[in-house]
Design a protein around this ligand. Structure first.
Ligand code: F6P
Length: 523
């Protein structure tokens, strides 16, 4: 059964939200906090080791009620049920969307999806076995040496997710060194091969279609390099594939027992939980990979069962729509205050923008309202020395998601306190700003009045710039799994409400077609 197809702008809730927006658009956050001394508590949701502080958003309780009314009027509950039931909600490709069963407990999988669930479990067993064999030295390269390096060859969802997780969890790494090759830059590849020993390196070719040009070219590059360096040794000890396209893997020269499956009911940008995450399991060990899956499963349970008023992905999605469609902002900024999450935003960009960058609705009609927003960002505190000037004092309104951690992994609390104080300092500066009077008082301390009048206008901070603070106890495989699933479900919520199809990506095809035509002219 397909999703219901309601144009959100034709709903009564949308009309009510527009009227409500006119009432509160000028309301300053400073006054909202003054009116409700318990605003922080009243707008914070705790879910296990997550604490989501929505209080610095341009919302009131009435806003939330009206947003939830919109979600209900466009049948979000029905959509969530169909997602988990494995209905063909990816209608344009006639597929189910079942990344959730990659991490489910059997008890949560409906009868209809049991067959797929068992395929997943069988694959997890293979991932476990292979990860253990490589890490304990039983799986050896063609010349009988222990494996030291893993090279993941893939792009988009076959690269960004696994790369981000491996980097984020580098404190959990095994002795294996894991590398990610995605781009077709021959100088970069030449340089890279100098670091690799063909005897002790496993190349994992990850491609759902096994037809992505970059991945095919890179896989050929490394295969030719390997055969040249080893005088045509067999591939079977050093080349693995993850794909739905076993024929193409076979043609490439990867033996059948080295092919891990992918399924067409898992979108590429939702696939790190499958064998696409083989490099993750090799890099951090299967037990930690399982912890990642369990974290995501906990967020799945929260998303599918929590009432919308306390449902973190639903509220994140709705508040994003409030800014995108009523404040007419063009982008949202994500700033993780963790150096380990340096690749989190590039991953999120594909997840969000490849899913919701659409302009035709689920009825096939051209859309006349805003949909997918531009996601950007980088780690804090570096962001404070790059683009935060614009966010504080520029002309654009850019809502921010701050991601922080209460505890470190190694206990250096004084520096960590400074780190988190920076994040809160940014959020408060954005929210409350600095008034003309306050600036004047500060300047009066050591400046003469004519100097003050010159510089004062430039030192005022309007404030009223929204942010959400996502505070997590500690970065771990489990909490990372929860964080990723939280954003997966936020993206799903927004796609449902915008009445678009979030699980195809036809927009990436024309560029590929053109490049293929050009290549035939160039070569
Ligand atoms: O960017 C387009 C896209 O199809 C993504 O959706 C996908 O993750 C990526 O290319 C790689 O696709 P494949 O895994 O089939 O090589």
């Amino acid at each position: 059964m397909s999703l219901k197809k309601v144009n959100p702008t034709n709903t009564k809730s949308w009309e009510n939200l527009s009227l409500h927006f006119s009432d509160i658009k000028k309301k300053h956050l400073d006054s909202l906090f003054k009116e409700d001394k318990k605003r922080k508590d009243n707008f914070t949701i705790s879910f296990e080791d997550f604490e989501i502080d929505f209080s610095r958003n341009r919302i009131t309780k009435e806003t939330i009620q009206k947003l939830i009314a919109l979600a209900k009027e466009v049948h979000l509950e029905d959509a969530i049920e169909k997602l988990y039931r494995g209905e063909e909600i990816n209608e344009t490709e006639r597929r189910a969307v079942l990344h959730t069963i990659l991490r489910s407990q059997e008890s949560n999988v409906c009868k209809k999806n049991r067959e797929r669930f068992y395929e997943v479990q069988n694959t997890l067993e293979r991932i476990k076995y292979f990860s253990e064999e490589v890490n304990n030295g039983k799986w050896k390269g063609f010349s009988g040496k222990k494996i030291t390096d893993i090279v993941n060859i893939g792009i988009g969802g076959s690269d960004l997710g696994p790369k981000m997780v491996v980097e984020a969890l580098s404190n959990y790494k095994t002795e294996l060194n894991t590398h990610f090759i995605s781009n077709i830059d021959s100088d970069f590849l030449e340089n890279y091969t100098q670091k690799l020993n063909p005897e002790t390196t496993i190349f994992i070719v990850v491609s759902k279609s096994f037809s992505t040009l970059e991945t095919k070219l890179n896989a050929e590059y490394f295969k030719n390099w390997f055969l040249k360096e080893t005088n045509n040794a067999t591939l079977k000890h050093n080349f693995i594939a993850v794909s739905t396209n076993t024929n193409a893997c076979d043609t490439f020269g990867i033996c059948k027992e080295n092919i891990f499956p992918m399924w067409n009911w898992v979108g590429g940008r939702f696939s790190l939980w499958s064998a696409v995450g083989l490099s993750i399991s090799l890099s951090i060990g299967f037990d930690n990979f399982k912890q990642l899956l369990e974290g995501a499963d906990e967020m799945d349970t929260h998303f599918s069962s929590a009432p919308f008023e306390e449902n973190i992905p639903v509220l994140l999605g709705l508040i994003g729509i409030w800014y995108n469609n009523f404040f007419n902002v063009d982008s949202e900024l994500v700033i993780p205050y963790s150096q380990f999450l340096e690749s989190f935003v590039p991953y999120l960009q594909q997840l969000s923008m490849e899913s919701n960058g659409k302009s035709v609705d689920r009825n096939g009609d051209k859309i006349d309202y805003q949909t997918g927003t531009i996601v950007w960002g980088s780690v804090g505190t570096n962001s404070q020395h790059a683009y935060m000037q614009l966010i504080h004092q520029g002309t654009k309104l850019v809502p921010v998601d701050f991601i922080g951690f209460k505890n470190t992994m190694f206990g250096n609390t004084s520096l960590h306190k400074q780190f988190m104080a920076n994040m809160y300092g940014q959020a408060d500066a954005l929210c409350f700003g600095k008034s003309k009077n306050k600036v004047h008082l500060d300047l009066k301390v050591d400046k003469k009045s004519e100097e003050i009048s010159k510089v004062l206008p430039y030192k005022i901070f309007e404030g009223n710039k929204p942010s959400t603070i996502i505070m997590i106890d500690q970065l771990s495989p489990k909490s990372l799994g929860k964080l990723i699933a939280m954003y997966e479900h936020k993206v799903f919520v927004q796609g449902v409400i915008w009445n678009i199809f979030s699980f195809d990506q036809f927009g990436v095809e024309l560029g590929k077609e053109n490049s293929n035509k050009m290549i035939s002219n160039l070569i």
